[in-house]
Design a protein around this ligand. Structure first.
Ligand code: GTP
Ligand code: MG
Ligand code: ZN
Length: 417
């Protein structure tokens, strides 16, 4: 034992059994930092060959033991923790959802969703899920927890979500799922002419409604002499709003965002095209050039991007935690909001109970506490105008169903999704 030298530190973390496999070292101290190696292997799982179809990923080369139902730890043949489920974001509340006959199933997080196929991140690395013929992939969001049959990778069922980000697109239909089980929403915008506070308010409403913590991330701070004027334009959009500035392409961005990242945490990047979401993801995930998310130039005339990213995907953050990249949204319409607007416009929501009429629109009604505050100079009229615009848009876009006594109600909202 004593004369055996552990040289794994200098070996590829994905194939520590193969000397000089590639240049990415083994990271024993921080299992969450593991990711596909330069050669494309993931903890013993062979990369898929280009052009050979997308069959289920081959079983891990190591004889992988099953997840221990109680601790959520996953071990490999040598009884080493490969990647704990807690590092993937697993929580006790999720464990409560498991039936007695489900403890033998693998727990994975949906990593990509396409029309006819889905991949998931397991404790042993990425796998392609086997879908039932009638499965509708639109019912799944990146970040979802799913139960999967260990040998076949057959998708058995999705667990209830802690949070879900969703939006209705033009033309109606069911809401489109953006991401699930997200702790923090990074609302990305740049220090340039494209910055639009009214647009950011829509993202804030989305984050509030989902129950995620919003953070405004101002990218391209390296392209302006002083980013402070841009910070000033967004700080007052919501009470206690956190705003950070960074260069999405510089390694220092990792430190700036560290308070919201870390083992078990999931963040998502949203915002217009060209603001630097994918650039930031590549920095957070410390992607090698051959595995990086594609990024694209913006037009010089109006600083708008060209919709480079076209699908949502989940990636491991180098220092622990998970980050979801999303395509740029052209127009974010608001709908299905209940608390989302009240959190965004808390100063208005707090005054509303003092209005004489319960359904006061704060436009012309006598005894309106909001109008009184505007007249007294303690509330900004522009905020009230923006609140009304979103409130009316939300009312128009949110389908109503009949309540038990035939009264109109908005869609029922439970704690679970
Ligand atoms: N100088 C500088 N350039 C940046 C920064 N962030 C992004 N860029 C550049 O801006 C362009 C757009 O970046 P992307 O990361 O592709 O933007 P995106 O938000 O992912 O865009 P979509 O995928 O189209 O939604 C690229 O040319 C990036 O190199 C930054 O902080 N500083
Ligand atoms: Mg992108
Ligand atoms: Zn009122």
């Amino acid at each position: 034992m004593g004369d055996q030298v552990d040289d794994r530190q200098s070996r590829c973390h994905a194939r520590p059994d193969v000397p000089q496999h590639c240049a990415r070292p083994f990271v024993a101290a921080d299992p969450t930092a593991r990711r596909a190696c330069i050669a494309g292997w993931w903890l013993g799982v062979q990369p898929r060959q280009k052009g050979r179809g997308n069959g289920p990923a081959p079983q891990a080369g190591l004889a992988l033991a099953r997840a221990d139902a109680q601790s959520g730890r996953v071990t490999d043949a040598t009884d080493q923790t490969v990647l704990s489920l807690a590092a993937l974001g697993w929580t006790e509340a999720l464990g409560d959802q498991l039936g007695p006959d489900e403890t033998g199933l693998d727990r994975m997080r949906v990593a990509t969703v396409h029309r006819a196929r889905m991949t998931a991140m397991s404790a042993q690395g990425p796998v392609r899920l086997l879908l039932a013929p009638q499965a509708n992939t639109a019912d799944y969001a990146v970040g979802d927890w799913v139960l999967v049959e260990p040998e076949t990778h057959r998708l058995i069922r999705r667990l209830d979500r802690n949070t879900v980000l969703q939006r209705r697109t033009e033309g109606g239909g069911a809401p489109q799922l953006i991401a699930a089980n997200v702790d923090t929403l990074f609302i990305v915008t740049s220090c340039n002419d494209d910055l639009n506070p009214a647009r950011l308010e829509r993202y804030l409403a989305l984050a509030n409604e989902a129950g995620t913590t919003p953070v405004i991330v101002l990218t391209k701070a390296d392209q302006v002499e002083d980013p402070q004027p841009f910070v000033d334009r967004v700080t007052g959009l919501q009470r206690d709003l956190q705003v950070v500035t960074l260069n999405a392409k510089a390694p220092e961005a990792v430190e700036v965002l560290a308070p919201w990242c870390g083992p078990g945490q999931t963040v998502a990047l949203v915002g217009s095209s060209g603001v630097g979401k994918s650039s930031l993801l590549n920095t957070l995930a410390d992607k090698a050039p051959d595995e990086a998310q594609a990024t694209g130039d913006i037009r010089e005339s109006d600083a708008k991007g060209r919709h480079t990213t076209t699908s949502r995907s989940l990636h491991a953050i180098a220092g622990g935690g998970w980050v979801i990249d999303t395509p740029g949204i052209r127009t974010l319409h608001v709908s299905d909001l209940s608390v989302g607007l009240d959190v965004l416009f808390a100063e208005i929501a707090e005054l509303a109970p003092d209005c004489r009429f319960r359904d006061c629109t704060h436009a012309h009604e006598p005894g309106c506490a909001v109008l009184a505050a505007v007249a007294a100079g303690t509330l900004d009229q522009a905020r009230v105008d923006r609140w009304r615009k979103l409130w009316e848009e939300n009312r128009t876009n949110t389908p109503v169903t009949s309540g038990p006594r035939g009264n109109k109600t908005t869609l029922a909202r439970g704690k679970r999704y």
